[in-house]
Ligand binder design. Structure first.
Ligand code: SR1
Ligand code: MG
Length: 413
């Protein structure tokens, strides 16, 4: 079948012809409820529920949904997404939704319906708290990043996996343009809150900042360390009180480990920094800073733990060979790898925060603040911190230093 974009009327009859999906839903298409709920920037997402169960069907559009047909985007992103879902499920099965069906021609991926999950970003905007969030995200990051890296995969196999994702260039290009380049010049689709004009102008002539962003872009372009999710913000995470699922890996490719780590941290930090605008009468709740610390520390412990536990005789990557049979050297090597990830994560986090405020794709954390002056205050503070994360990475030897710099200890207004 050739590609056609589905809609709420056609998706039921289409899924009815896929036996395992029809069986999972139960009854007949007439019994199913369908809602198109895609609130991301790119795709259609249909939630389909029948008498016996539900599915989420995600279909790529041949263009960027948030902009329209003037910005074409290859359907092949759906192929890379299902490849990544399968690879991630091999390493972190508890943290990704089961893949039920895929149709390359239709650019359609059908997954188990996550219920009663909700999107983490929306939940954080409402002030919800999830006690296991950081632990689960640390697990996802350590398991998917370590076990797809040179630390765990024989060199020849690793190169084949890099090659498998090399074609996802259009998605990488979005990141290269939107995260590393456009926020630093007058790009046509940039926008910012009124009141930030001075800092926007300052950033566009800030040579150390622009150089730092370009350095991060160079890392993004040329460091195929592990299979990245590639777009791991809080809109790519679905949560309940006791479960966390990571969705939407359509930006997947082999890149620098610190990119995924930095993007998650940046989004938790932005959620924290938006609180004075969202709930001005309340003292900002440091829970999100605690979560970011738990996440980084949990990731660091699990990731280095995997490295230190590798079988010294097995054929792993280059670093492990260096440390073969020498436990002290291996532990030192793992600390060294971790230090590199941390430094990268700081820089990528800074880039993510800046682009979410000055670039095309903003986030609900700040956008939900109706009072423009209050929003500009929150965003200004985030921009100032982001600049420090990028330009002065040495000032943040650990996550506690970031929490200290970010913490808002204002009395209630
Ligand atoms: C044009 S796509 C804009 C943003 O949405 C995606 O979720 C990525 O974050 C991308 O940068
Ligand atoms: Mg997405």
């Amino acid at each position: 079948m050739s590609y056609t974009a589905l809609d709420e009327r056609s998706v039921g009859p289409f899924l009815a012809d896929i036996a395992p999906i029809a069986e999972r839903l139960g009854g007949r298409p007439g019994d199913w409820t369908v809602a198109e709920v895609g609130d991301g920037n790119l795709n259609l997402v249909f939630l389909v529920t029948g008498p016996s169960g539900g599915v989420a069907a995600k279909q790529a559009l041949p263009y960027v949904r948030m902009v329209g047909e003037s910005w074409p985007l290859p359907l092949s992103r759906a192929y890379y997404e299902r490849l990544a879902l399968a690879d991630q499920a091999a390493h972190a099965p508890a943290r990704v939704p089961p893949l039920l069906h895929h149709d390359d021609a239709m650019a359609l991926t059908v997954m188990a319906l996550l219920k009663p999950h909700r999107t983490l970003r929306g939940a954080l905007v409402e002030g919800e708290r999830y006690p296991l969030l950081a632990i689960h995200l640390a697990e996802f990051l350590a398991d998917t990043l370590f076990f797809t890296s040179d630390l765990a995969v024989p060199v020849v196999d690793k190169k084949a996996r890099i090659a498998a994702y090399l074609g996802n260039t259009a998605m990488c290009r979005i990141t290269e343009d939107l995260i590393f380049d456009e926020p630093y010049f007058d790009a046509p689709m940039n926008r910012h809150t009124r009141g930030l004009e001075d800092i926007v102008a300052a950033f566009r002539t800030d040579v150390p900042l622009r150089l730092a962003a370009q350095r991060m872009k160079a890392r993004f372009l040329a460091a195929p360390e592990a299979l990245l999710h590639g777009d791991l913000h809080t809109g790519s995470v679905m949560v309940t009180a006791d479960d966390t699922q990571v969705i939407d890996p359509e930006f997947a490719f082999y890149g620098p480990i610190g990119f995924d780590v930095g993007m998650v941290l940046a989004n938790l930090w932005m959620a924290y920094l938006a609180q004075p605008g969202q709930r001005p009468a309340e003292r900002p709740d440091p829970w999100l800073l605690d979560q970011s610390e738990t996440l980084w520390k949990g990731f660091a412990k699990r990731f280095t733990g995997y490295g230190n536990a590798l079988d010294p005789q097995a054929d792993h990557g280059a670093l492990h060979a260096l440390a073969r049979g020498d436990a002290d050297l291996r532990a030192a090597a793992m600390e060294d790898v971790l230090a590199g990830i941390w430094t990268d994560a700081l820089g990528f986090a800074g880039c993510e925060m800046i682009r979410r405020i000055l670039g095309l794709a903003h986030v609900a954390d700040f956008e939900s603040i109706a009072d423009e002056a209050l929003r500009a205050d929150c965003e200004r503070r985030a921009l100032q911190i982001a600049r420090r994360l990028l330009v002065d990475r040495a000032a943040f030897p650990g996550i506690a230093a970031v929490s200290h710099a970010i913490r808002l200890d204002r009395a209630p207004a």
